[in-house]
Design a binder for this molecule. Structure first.
Ligand SMILES: [Zn+2]
Length: 269
């Protein structure tokens, strides 16, 4: 971990997406990993909220009552155990053939109808929502944005403040969250972020009272779907490659996750 302190004193633009960079690091809950964090939680949340409002205007929202009820139910149960401070939880089912889902900072969760045949049941959906919420709790989008700021500035001062209308800010936002000009095109997270979200998400679903084994089964079904569909396209497929490492890691975590699950369900009965 580099200890170089970045202090950005440039005056900020007034734009909606104006980023006030604060020097520092953060620690990911659950895994304890230290991460570079140059974007505050409040700023990330604001970006998440405004991006989600934009998506709701531009993407058709599903009127399927059963799908909506299921996503609300599972979402609320995951939200109840996920440490996302100041979240304004919202769960929306978007009508789309894409097999995808996401959680923006601020607790804004989108599930595409295209993934529901693969999640299959409540526990399968909990695996996906748990995973996506974990990305938000671990601030992976903000971390990616911070890394990009470092890359673009060579770790030194930025010459000027970035405002919302600045194309560089827009580029950072779409890099971090995959939203902006191309709504719904969610960019791949790194393998580290994927692995971390798998681990955290597994414990969230278990604590929410869902059998964590369902996560392994979901990823196996997803792998089959991936092979049949042949990958490609801006979907969960391309952002969430399934491989033996992913499945093996989940299986290694299973004894601990199972304990959490038994604790959660034992207390509930
Ligand atoms: Zn992911």
């Amino acid at each position: 971990m580099k200890t170089r302190i970045i202090r950005w004193l440039a005056p900020l633009g007034p734009g909606l997406l104006g980023l006030l960079l604060v020097a520092g690091c953060a620690t990911v809950p659950e895994t304890g990993r230290r991460q570079v964090m140059l974007v505050s939680g409040a700023q990330a949340t604001q970006l998440g909220l405004s991006s989600f409002e934009q998506m709701k205007k531009e993407q058709p929202i599903s009127k399927n009552a059963a799908a909506n009820a299921l996503v609300q139910k599972v979402g609320q149960r995951i939200a109840a155990v996920a440490p996302l401070p100041n979240a304004q939880w919202e769960f929306v089912v978007f009508e789309s053939k894409e097999a995808n889902a996401f959680c923006l900072p601020g607790g804004k969760v989108g599930v595409y109808t295209g993934i529901l045949p693969i999640t299959r049941d409540e526990a399968g959906l909990a695996a996906v929502i748990g995973h996506e919420v974990a990305h938000a709790v671990a601030q992976h989008g903000a971390e990616r944005m911070s890394q990009e700021i470092l890359r673009q500035t060579g770790g030194e001062l930025l010459a000027a403040g970035l405002s919302g209308s600045d194309p560089r800010t827009q580029a950072l936002v779409s890099l971090a969250y995959g939203v902006g000009t191309q709504v719904g095109a969610i960019l791949p997270y790194s393998r580290l972020h994927e692995s971390e979200a798998d681990e955290m998400g597994l414990f969230y679903m278990a604590r929410a009272g869902y059998d964590p084994q369902a996560a392994v089964e979901f990823w196996q079904r997803f792998s089959e779907y991936n092979q049949q569909a042949g990958g490609g396209g801006p979907s969960f497929l391309s952002t969430h490659p399934v491989d033996s490492v992913r499945i093996r890691q989940l299986q290694q975590l299973m004894p601990r996750a199972r304990e959490e699950y038994l604790k959660a369900t034992g207390a509930a009965r």
